[in-house]
Design a protein around this ligand. Structure first.
Ligand code: ADP
Ligand code: MG
Length: 356
């Protein structure tokens, strides 16, 4: 199921895997002989998928159409890679003092990102743009890691408190960044936010029993079929391409997300660097292979998986204790890897029941 898109640029390699960090659809278990049906497509730089119980293909097509429309709308607004996006406009206007008018998606996603930054004490930082660029995640042709002075200079332009969100007289919002060369990057929350928007839209039209997956940001509605338990989701083994560590079953409305070091990384001077940056050090996080988070919404699971990847298990557990309804599993990047579940995750996790 995983797809590899492999780019080679000189000595640097950017590998990108539209990974199923979480492999959905494990409902094909003994009690459910006919597995749910799934439709997949490419979107927001990753694989999107929707699923519904077996035999409901017409309904699945409707779900696919609604989710596809929602994702495309949000990508147009929030992608850092699209020059015409609202995010690109905010970044281009950084330091000018001119607020950029926001549509509903940009306003909501930026507000959620700021809340996530505050909740995680800055471990989640939607202004990591300059550090992402510095480390070669935004298309630069770098072959060596940056030096201390470069890192310090980029860190000086990373400050989530310098995001200004204003409400205009007509009730709409506008955003601006306080200093030149700052850059918003919502890569750590946009996919989760998009999944929630699709979920809400489908629920508003009375759809039930479906699963939405955008690059491993998953939210479940109902069950994979009448009389069955909830949607069972496989947690991918970061070290075995098609292997699973175990499964979790989602409650109605619940979400799960994974942040991993194996999905997107750059290779500089022979060392791999994951695409999640610790804003405190200005360096990509080392030592963590993956973090999977259960949460009440997909945006929360997405932001929290990035946050807990940065914080690690010890500091991360203290944050989880203050975050109701959220549970996490850390997988360290060592041989053999250590699996560190929070108590709530351990209670829900069925280890290695299914292997692919
Ligand atoms: P994925 O995009 O593979 O689902 P994540 O949800 O963990 O993985 O998000 C990683 C993305 O978030 C990066 O590609 C980058 O755009 C952004 N990012 C990197 N470091 C941070 C951070 N400390 N805080 C917030 N966003 C970050
Ligand atoms: Mg995330």
């Amino acid at each position: 199921m995983p797809h590899f898109i492999f780019h080679r640029r000189g000595r640097r390699r950017v590998a990108r895997m539209a990974a199923w960090s979480l492999i959905a659809l494990l409902a094909a278990c003994a009690r459910t002989p006919l597995p749910p049906a799934t439709l997949q497509w490419l979107c927001m730089g990753t694989t999107a998928a929707v699923s519904a119980p077996h035999g409901e293909e017409a309904r699945l097509q409707r779900i696919r159409a609604a989710a596809g429309e929602t994702f495309a709308e949000i990508e147009r607004d929030l992608s850092v890679f699209r020059p015409a996006s609202t995010l690109a406009a905010i970044n281009a206007a950084a330091g000018s003092g001119i607020p950029v008018p926001l549509g509903a998606h940009a306003a909501a996603a930026i507000a959620l990102a700021r809340d996530a930054a505050a909740a995680g004490g800055g471990a989640f930082n939607p202004t990591v743009g300059p550090l992402m660029a510095l480390w070669g995640f935004r298309g630069a042709t770098r072959t060596q890691p940056p030096d201390e002075a470069e890192i310090a200079a980029a860190r000086g332009r990373v400050d989530w408190r310098a995001i200004r969100l204003d409400t205009l007289p007509d009730g709409t919002s506008a955003a601006s960044l306080a200093c030149t060369d700052m850059a918003l990057d919502l890569g750590g929350i946009a996919k989760g936010y998009a999944v929630d928007c699709a979920f809400d839209r489908l629920r508003a039209t009375q759809e039930t029993d479906f699963l939405i997956n955008l690059g491993g940001n998953i939210r479940a509605c109902g069950t994979p079929g009448a009389g069955r338990d909830g949607w069972r989701i496989g947690v991918r083994d970061p070290f075995r391409r098609d292997g699973l560590l175990g499964t979790v079953t989602l409650a109605d409305g619940e979400a799960v997300a994974t942040s991993g070091n194996y999905e997107r990384f750059v290779e500089l001077a022979g060392t791999r660097y994951a695409h999640i940056i610790d804003p405190r050090s200005g360096r990509p996080v080392r030592g963590m292979a993956g973090v999977t988070v259960l949460a009440p919404t997909a945006a929360a699971a997405d932001a929290l998986s990035t946050t807990l990847f940065v914080l690690g298990a010890e500091e991360g557990r203290r944050l989880l204790e203050r975050t109701p309804g959220c549970h996490a599993l850390w997988v360290t990047d060592e041989t053999p890897p250590r699996l560190i579940p929070s108590p709530g995750f351990a209670a829900r996790f069925a280890p290695e029941q299914i292997r692919k």
